[in-house]
Design a protein. Structure first.
Length: 330
């Protein structure tokens, strides 16, 4: 810094202000300092900055799955939003959702230089963690039922499921089958509960749900069972990837979509519009979830941890060609 100051003809304090982006420096002086930095290949020492400021400008992200489209898109949005606010992201994927793995992730975060943590996992794993984060490290939970224990950002899981079921009922279907996600998933449970409640409110009998694991392959296997159910004319699927597998299974069993069976997914992944037929689905705003996670955790740091609460991001029904009125009985 002293070398830069001498070359630019300014004080070390001025170099520091330019390096940290502080105001109070004329544009001409700023250009001189930046030119001197480039000439001397000067790079500010981020570790020294962190020690001086008491912050590392880094957010930790813990997630137990990088295989689902939802987690990938949420993570992408978190990284983008963090960069816009001047933060780096340290990712700690949990290989399998066990307590030992979660404890290990929290232990590693405690050893790393992070100011806050965004958690993309079911809250029962977070609550059972026996490792404490360092004092002052704030936590925001994405897509989880964390109540008032943490700041939470979540998609309107129940509202999206209600819209899917009501859309199918409005087309004239007597009832709606459900291809659900894993039992230990909060999002899957919220969607399944809303599916069932919406049918009951409409005076319809909910069929027994069929479960998958979010993958297209599990949707295919479940779809083979659904295709055998007499009178099944409509299916609400807990995510688009399983819906893709279901479409294949129905096709193999000689059932046309939507002429014989209507299908609604959940997520609106980029490929959903290119399914055959294009998939009617519930759109999640992953970019908004990621942005609000970063905004929430940065806000917590500034408030010193006050203000826990839940922010719900609305969903939208996207109508395409996979839904239609039920077939007319002969």
């Amino acid at each position: 810094m002293a070398d830069v100051a001498r070359l630019a003809g300014v004080s070390s304090q001025t170099v520091s202000r330019v390096s940290n982006g502080f105001p109070g420096v004329t544009e001409e002086t700023r250009r001189q300092v930046l030119a001197a930095m480039r000439e001397l290949h000067y790079r500010p020492n981020s570790a020294a900055r962190a020690l001086r400021r008491g912050e590392f400008r880094t957010l930790g992200v813990i997630t137990f799955s990088l295989a689902t489209m939802g987690n990938i898109r949420t993570l992408e949005a978190i990284a983008t939003s963090a960069a816009q606010q001047g933060y780096a992201v340290t990712l700690l994927p949990v290989a399998v959702p066990t307590q030992d793995e979660v404890n290990g992730a929290f232990s590693r975060l405690g050893e790393l230089a992070v100011d806050a943590v965004i958690v993309i996992m079911e809250v029962h794993l977070l609550d059972a963690a026996t490792v404490s984060l360092p004092p002052g490290v704030q936590v925001v939970v994405a897509d989880s039922d964390a109540g008032d224990r943490y700041t939470v950002v979540d998609t309107d899981q129940a509202g999206g499921a209600r819209d899917a079921v009501r859309h199918l009922l409005s087309l004239g279907h007597e009832t709606v089958w459900h291809l659900a996600g894993p039992e230990d998933s909060f999002a899957a449970q919220r969607r399944a509960n809303a599916w069932r409640a919406t049918l009951v409110e409409a005076g319809r009998v909910p069929p027994a749900p069929v479960r998958g694991d979010w993958s297209a392959e599990s949707g295919y296997r479940a779809g083979l069972r659904i295709a055998e159910q007499a009178g099944c004319t409509a299916v609400f699927v807990a995510n688009d990837q399983m819906a893709l597998g279901l479409l294949r299974a129905l096709h193999e069993r000689g059932l046309r979509v939507p002429e014989d069976v209507s299908v609604v997914g959940f997520d609106d992944i980029p490929e959903a519009a290119s399914f055959l037929p294009p998939l009617t689905t519930i759109r999640q705003d992953f970019a908004e979830v990621g942005r609000l996670c970063v905004e929430g955790v940065v806000g917590e740091m500034r408030r010193g941890g006050a203000g826990h609460g839940t922010t719900i991001v609305p969903t939208v029904l996207v109508r395409r060609e996979s839904t239609a009125p039920p077939p007319v009985a002969p």
